[in-house]
Design a protein around this ligand. Structure first.
Ligand code: PLP
Length: 391
């Protein structure tokens, strides 16, 4: 008989936890920077890798941090995970571990502003160049890859147009050319999408968003097979990008309720998206859960839920759109996402503020575009708030 496999909610609650010697019900917070040994022999056993033990927190050899890593690895179906001080720290370490001078990255679709800046302005200084493809140019992937292409990187759904990229299809092309597929799964969360199961090699999250879920921690994680995770470890160690144990403890606390939160956010977003798509002052709603949305079919195939993020185009100029945003009461104007509270942002004022009007047009970033992150409020209240703000 096949062994019973626990589901995602069970993994959220129980996965990766350690037993507390004092009998505490969850993994305790070990905020110590260092751990003591009974003898030099015992210390050397850990330093030389013969025994798994705790040593020094910046190395990640700390029980609270290791518990967070085990839980996140289990949730994404990966062999190993490394947590970081932020999502950007996780991405930077992954790129630096996988690429050296002369290597090449392909980035598909819209990506987080910090990721774009790292790939476009900073990594070229180290001899690592990136080719950017729009989501609509995905057919050119094989053509832009070279024998120095190490990584094909993307987010799905993308920010802010919620474009859905076919993970399995991209991974197949990347693999055929000897490159790794690296997916930023922050928007979907592990509840709604499992990139490793679809052929991706590494998954990255900003744990600041859905995994933290309460807008009160900053962190990141990289998950994948041990053979790919191990080379990232010395980069984290020597760039000093460790997640603080207090944050790992908060993250463990948050992830125990992840499935409950995300499923409620999925349901709220579906209801809000359906309301918005019938509103006369809205030109377009971007949400993978709407049957007439371009990415709906791929999303149905590769996602377990459509997520809590929506964007829509208001029928008005930048100022009229800002006035709608300003009239919202339940949705706070903020750049982040994935928290228990509804958040709203006009991408031209935040994530895409630095972009030229031509580049925004090319990427379909309209002046009337608004992005919302649905919280855990009652869907009727979120809808009522949008209704009054739209006038
Ligand atoms: C926020 C975010 C990041 C960066 O994460 P930080 O924790 O702020 O460093 C990367 N990717 C996506 C999709 C994000 O939303």
């Amino acid at each position: 008989m096949q062994e019973h496999q626990p589901g995602p909610s069970t993994l959220c609650v129980h996965g990766g936890e350690t037993t507390d010697p004092q009998g505490g019900i969850h993994t305790p917070l070990y905020n110590h920077s260092t751990f003591a040994f009974p003898s030099t022999r015992a210390l050397l056993d850990v330093v030389e890798g013969r025994v798994e033990g705790n040593l020094y927190t910046r190395y990640g050899l700390n029980p609270t941090i290791k518990a967070a890593e085990r839980k996140l690895a289990l949730l994404e179906g990966g062999e190993a995970a490394l947590v970081f001080s932020s999502g950007m720290a996780a991405e930077a370490a992954a790129f630096l571990a996988c690429c050296k001078s002369g290597d090449h990255i392909v980035c598909i679709g819209d990506v987080y502003g910090g990721t774009f800046e790292l790939l476009e302005s900073q990594l070229p200084g180290l001899g690592i160049e990136t080719t950017f493809l729009l989501g609509s140019e995905i057919g050119r992937l094989a053509e832009v890859m070279t024998e120095r292409t190490r990584i094909v990187f993307f987010e799905t759904p993308t920010n802010p147009n919620m474009e859905v990229i076919d993970i399995a299809a991209v991974a197949q092309v990347a693999k055929a050319h000897g490159a790794l597929t690296v997916v930023d799964n922050t928007f979907a969360s592990p509840v709604n999408q499992s990139p490793l199961a679809l052929g991706a090699d590494l998954v990255i999250h900003s744990t600041t968003k859905y995994l933290g879920g309460h807008s009160d921690l900053t962190g990141g994680v990289v998950i994948g097979p041990r053979a790919l995770i191990d080379p990232i470890w010395p980069w984290r160690k020597n760039l000093g990008q460790m997640m603080a144990p207090e944050v790992a403890f908060l993250l463990l606390r948050s992830v125990r309720t992840l499935t409950v939160r995300v499923r409620q956010q999925n349901a709220n977003a579906q209801a809000v998206a359906e309301f918005l798509s019938t509103h006369p002052k809205i030109k377009r709603v971007n949400y993978p859960g709407l049957p007439d949305f371009a990415g709906h079919d791929v999303a149905r195939r590769q996602m377990h839920g459509f997520g809590g993020m929506i964007s829509f185009v208001f029928d008005g100029d930048a100022d009229a759109t800002a006035a709608v945003v300003d009239r919202l009461k339940l949705f706070s104007i903020a750049a982040s996402l994935g928290g228990v509270e509804g958040l709203v942002t006009q991408p031209i004022t935040t994530t895409h503020h630095g972009m030229t009007p031509e580049e925004r047009r090319r990427r379909g970033i309209d002046d009337g575009l608004v992005r919302i992150s649905c919280g855990l409020e009652d869907a009727e209240d979120l809808i009522a708030d949008l209704q009054q703000a739209l006038g």
